[in-house]
Design a protein around this ligand. Structure first.
Ligand code: EPU
Length: 430
C-alpha cells in the first residue's frame, strides 16, 4: 500500500499555486453532457476523482482529450449509454451528478448508488424530491438509481436541508425542463455559482446562483463552451491552515480571497496574520496561537471540508477550543488518528473539545477520508519525528500534486510506493 512518510517540525515557507476546484470540476464535467457538443475546460485538477468522471464519460461514448496540462476537450455529441455502473459510481460521490445531467439530456438515467467519503448516512432524498417535482419517475432497484421522464417540467422546489449535491442535480435537470424552475433554500457554495456560469455559457438561463433562490428558465438547445474552473477554496484553506499551524509563512496564489473569508477570520482569531491581495493571500503564523471556537455551516459559514484541518491546528493553540460539526454528524473519525500522535481531543456527538498546545509526535496513522488525510499531513508537519500516513488514495482523490506542493514549502515528505515497501518504512526513518 502506498504511503507518505513525513519528518515534521519545520515551518512551511514559500509560495504555492492552488489548482482548479475539485467540487466545481466534478459538477462541470457531468454538465458537459448537456452541451451535445465539444467543450474545452481549463484549470481541471489532475486528481483521481476527476479521472473517474472522465472514465464514466468515455464509457458512455463521449471522448475526453487532454489538450495541455489542466485543459481538456470533452465531446458529448454522442452519448450511447445513459448508465453509470457500480465499479465507477462506488468510487465517488459526484457520480450521481450524471443523474441530473442525463435526465436533462436523454430523459433517462441509471446510476449506481454513489460512494465517496464515509461520514455515516448520506441520504439522497432531496435529489429524488427535486426530480419527482419535475415530473420524473424515480426508483431504486438492485443498487441502481433509475430516473426517467416523458417531459421534464419546471417546478417550484423547496429543499428541506441546504444541500450542495441536490442543488446541483436539480440545476442540471432543470436547465432543459419545460418552463420555470425555482429552487428555494438552495446551497450557495462557490462551486454552485461556477456551475451556473458554465451552464449559462452553454446557453442555459440561470439566475440567482450564490443566493438561496435560484431561478432557471428551461431552454431547448444548449451548445459547447470554453470555460475555466475556479480555484479550489478548500485546497487554499488547507495551505492557509498548514502555514499557521507550523508557524510558517506561505503566499497562496491563484485564489479568490472572497471564498476564503470564513477561514481567514478564524486564522486571525488564533493570532496568525492574513493579508489579502487580488488573487493571493499571505498567511504568517505567530509563535503562539490562541484558542477559538469553530462551527461548520453551509456557505458562507465555515466549511465542513476544513473542519479536520482547523481541529488539527487547534491542538497547537493555547487553551480549550470547541469545534462543532454542523453538516456531517459523523465527521470526527480521524480524531482517533490524531490521538495516536498525542492530541488531547474529546468527542461527544457533533462536538469536539480540543486541548492545546500539545507537542504532537510522529506515528503511523491512516487517512480515514479526504480532508482527514489533509489534517494528517498538517499534523505530521507539526509533529516531532516521523509520521507514516496510510490510505493516501483518499488524499489523492482530491488534492493535485500534494506531495510536490508541500515539499516546495520545505516540508520533508516522501511518497513510498507499494514496490518500495519491502521493509517497515517508519522503523527505517526513525
Ligand atoms: N442531505 C440530506 N438529503 C439529501 C442530500 C443531503 O439530508 O438528499 C444532508 C446530508 O446528509 C448533509 C447535508 O444535507 O447533512 C449536506 O449534504 P450535501 O448534499 O450538501 O453534501 P454533498 O453534496 O454530498 C458536497 C461535497 C462535500 C461537502 C458537502 C458539504 C462534492 C462532491 N462533495 O457533498 O465535499 O462536504 O457538499 O459542503 O461536492 C469533500 O470535498 O471533501 C467533500 C466531502
Amino acid at each position: 500500500m502506498d504511503k507518505y512518510v513525513i519528518h515534521g517540525g519545520k515551518p512551511l515557507k514559500g509560495e504555492v499555486t492552488i489548482s482548479g476546484a475539485k467540487n466545481a470540476a466534478l459538477a462541470i464535467i457531468a454538465a458537459s453532457i448537456l452541451a451535445e457538443d465539444r467543450c474545452v475546460i481549463e484549470n481541471v485538477p489532475d486528481i483521481s476523482d476527476v479521472n473517474i468522471m472522465f472514465q464514466i464519460l468515455q464509457m458512455m461514448g463521449a471522448p475526453v482529450r487532454m489538450l495541455s496540462p489542466g485543459t481538456v476537450e470533452i465531446d458529448t455529441t454522442n452519448i450511447m449509454l445513459p448508465v453509470v455502473p457500480y465499479e465507477l459510481a462506488r468510487q465517488m460521490r459526484a457520480s450521481y451528478y450524471f443523474l441530473g445531467a442525463l435526465l436533462g439530456r436523454c430523459s433517462h438515467a441509471s446510476v449506481s448508488m454513489p460512494g465517496g467519503c464515509d461520514f455515516g448516512l448520506r441520504p439522497i432524498d432531496q435529489h429524488i424530491k427535486a426530480f419527482e417535482a419535475m415530473e420524473a419517475v424515480a426508483s431504486i432497484d438492485h443498487g441502481m438509481i433509475n430516473v426517467s421522464a416523458e417531459q421534464l417540467l419546471g417546478a417550484h422546489i423547496y429543499f428541506d436541508v441546504v444541500t450542495v449535491g441536490a442543488t446541483i442535480n436539480a440545476m442540471l435537470a432543470a436547465v432543459k425542463a419545460k418552463g420555470l424552475t425555482i429552487l428555494e433554500n438552495a446551497a450557495k457554495e462557490p462551486h454552485i455559482v461556477d456551475l451556473a456560469n458554465f451552464l449559462n455559457s452553454m446557453g442555459a438561463d440561470i439566475r440567482g446562483a450564490g443566493t438561496d433562490v435560484i431561478k432557471i428558465h428551461g431552454v431547448e438547445e444548449m451548445h459547447g463552451a470554453d470555460y475555466s474552473i475556479i480555484p479550489d477554496q478548500i485546497e487554499a484553506g488547507t495551505f492557509m491552515v498548514a502555514a499557521a499551524a507550523t508557524h510558517g509563512e506561505v503566499l497562496i496564489k491563484n485564489v479568490i480571497p472572497k471564498h476564503l473569508e470564513s477561514i481567514a477570520e478564524k486564522l486571525l482569531r488564533v493570532g496568525a496574520s492574513v493579508t489579502e491581495y487580488d488573487d493571493s493571500v499571505l498567511v504568517v503564523g505567530s509563535p503562539t496561537l490562541q484558542r477559538v471556537n469553530v462551527k461548520t455551516l453551509p456557505h458562507p459559514g465555515f466549511p465542513t471540508d476544513m473542519q479536520p484541518q482547523i481541529t488539527t491546528l487547534l491542538t497547537q493553540a493555547e487553551g480549550t477550543s470547541i469545534v462543532t460539526e454542523g453538516i456531517w454528524p459523523n465527521r470526527f473519525r480521524y480524531v482517533d488518528e490524531l490521538r495516536r500522535m498525542g492530541a488531547k481531543i474529546q468527542v461527544d456527538g457533533v462536538v469536539a473539545v480540543v486541548e492545546g498546545p500539545i507537542e504532537l509526535t510522529g506515528a503511523p496513522v491512516k487517512a480515514t477520508d479526504l480532508r482527514a488525510g489533509a489534517a494528517m499531513l498538517i499534523a505530521a508537519c507539526c509533529a516531532k519525528g516521523a509520521t507514516e500516513i496510510e490510505d493516501i488514495y483518499h488524499i489523492e482523490r482530491g488534492y493535485e500534486n500534494i506531495v510536490e506542493k508541500f515539499v516546495s514549502l520545505g516540508a520533508d515528505i516522501r511518497k513510498v510506493t507499494d514496490s518500495e515497501v519491502s521493509a517497515p518504512v517508519l522503523s527505517q526513518a526513525l
